[in-house]
Design a protein around this ligand. Structure first.
Ligand code: PMP
Length: 385
């Protein structure tokens, strides 16, 4: 049998371009080899420029969860009020992270599939002096995107002293945001919209976030301390922890690809593919987990058609056997549907293969659909777009 890996259509990792894999496979050199130092320094500059950051960008070995912890630890001191908003699995994870750090912690929760209410956030910030507001830009467990620009504008206008920390794990490289919207710390990982393999956390911190960290006493988290990493991010000749050289080369190539496509064009492409996937999968009777106005450009939840009797595990393994890897739902949505990650360096052919695999899986699971229904919708979208 020809060994073919299924298409990686989960919400991270996402398909890795050949040129990125080549960087990962390069012969490793020292992290203080002048050639690497210069490549690293350029990468940090590139990240700051592309996402309009007036402070510092950080590239650190670890996953998105590490970046979540790093982001909040550097701008909130013990005893300060931190307000965390959650509308799903990863917002809840942020509440858990913050609950371990001695903050005066409050949480606003919205039901799964909904967005947190900006009015509720405004009200809570008005009631009590708050140091840090934490939100999730795209909640990967539900596919809901927060209106981040609106939130950032409201926060800056009405609560200018509050620092805004954003989990952009499922948005960077796929959804629109810029640090100059009024974001203080944005965090992401390498393996989603950025299109790289898992292994790196990426953070952008505004000038005032850096000032906040430098005005705080030493923090408990040593490896995650901005103060330890700033000299390295300014010039990789400095040392704090060994830099993951090959991963960084991979990320530099991923950022080069983003620049070549153009960040704005990339975001437009994500919106376009997301809407094409939603229309196409819906045509088979699956129900999107979010209304159109909240739909993320990077990840979608689809509920199984009413009364279809589809078995979740069986369906997802049938999609896998047909050549595409999709994800299970989490938390409140477990078993009721599946998730598709449609982000990163995707091509139209990949999306066509995904939809074709879903159609065949439906038939294999005894679902009465007409083959070609969803493909026809998708093809129309692709030709029209
Ligand atoms: N936040 C969000 C919104 C996520 O989607 C994820 C991962 N799916 C994380 C945080 C955690 O990232 P990681 O799995 O890389 O630790």
């Amino acid at each position: 049998m020809i060994p073919i890996n299924p298409l990686v259509m989960v919400p991270g990792p996402t398909p890795i371009a050949r040129s990125i894999q080549d960087q990962l496979g390069r012969e490793t050199i020292s992290f203080n080899d002048p050639r690497f130092v210069s490549e690293f320094n350029s990468l940090i500059l590139e990240l700051k420029t592309l996402w309009r950051c007036d402070g510092m960008a950080f590239v650190i070995a670890g996953s998105g969860t590490m970046a979540m912890e790093m982001a909040v630890s550097n701008v909130a001191a013990r005893g300060e009020r931190v307000l965390v908003c959650s509308n799903g699995h990863f917002g809840d994870r942020y509440i858990d992270i913050c609950s371990r750090k001695g903050y005066d912690l409050d949480a606003i929760k919205a039901p799964w599939g909904a967005s947190v209410s900006l009015d509720e956030i405004d009200k809570s910030l008005s009631e009590k002096k708050t140091a840090v507001l934490v939100v999730t830009h795209v909640e990967t467990s539900t596919g809901v995107m927060l209106p981040l620009l609106e939130l950032a504008e409201m926060t800056r206008r009405k609560h200018p002293e509050v620092l805004l920390v954003v989990d952009g794990v499922a948005s960077a490289g796929a959804a629109e945001f810029y640090m100059d919207w009024g974001i203080d710390v944005m965090l992401t990982c390498s393996q989603k919209g950025m299109g790289m393999a898992p292994g790196l956390g990426i953070l952008w911190a505004s000038k005032r976030a850096i000032q906040k960290r430098l005005s705080m006493p030493p923090i408990a988290e040593s490896f995650l301390d901005f103060a330890k990493w700033i000299p390295v991010m300014e010039d990789a000749m400095a040392y704090w922890g060994t830099l993951p050289v090959n991963m960084i080369w991979g990320l530099a190539e991923a950022v080069r690809i983003i620049k070549e496509e153009g960040l704005e064009e990339r975001i437009r492409r994500h919106r376009f593919f997301a809407s094409a996937v939603r229309r196409s999968v819906s045509s088979l009777g699956f129900r999107p987990g979010t209304p159109d106005d909240l739909a993320a450009p990077s990840v979608s939840v689809f509920f199984y058609p009413e009364g279809s009797g589809i078995n979740d595990t069986r369906f997802r393994s049938a999609v896998y056997d047909e050549g595409a890897h999709v994800s299970a739902c989490q938390g409140d949505f477990t078993g009721a549907g599946f998730r598709i990650g449609h982000m990163g360096n995707l091509t139209p052919s990949m999306v066509v293969s995904l939809i074709a695999a879903i159609e065949r899986a439906c038939v294999r699971c005894g679902c009465r659909i007409k083959l070609g229904t969803a493909l026809a919708v998708l093809q129309e979208e692709l030709v029209g777009g």
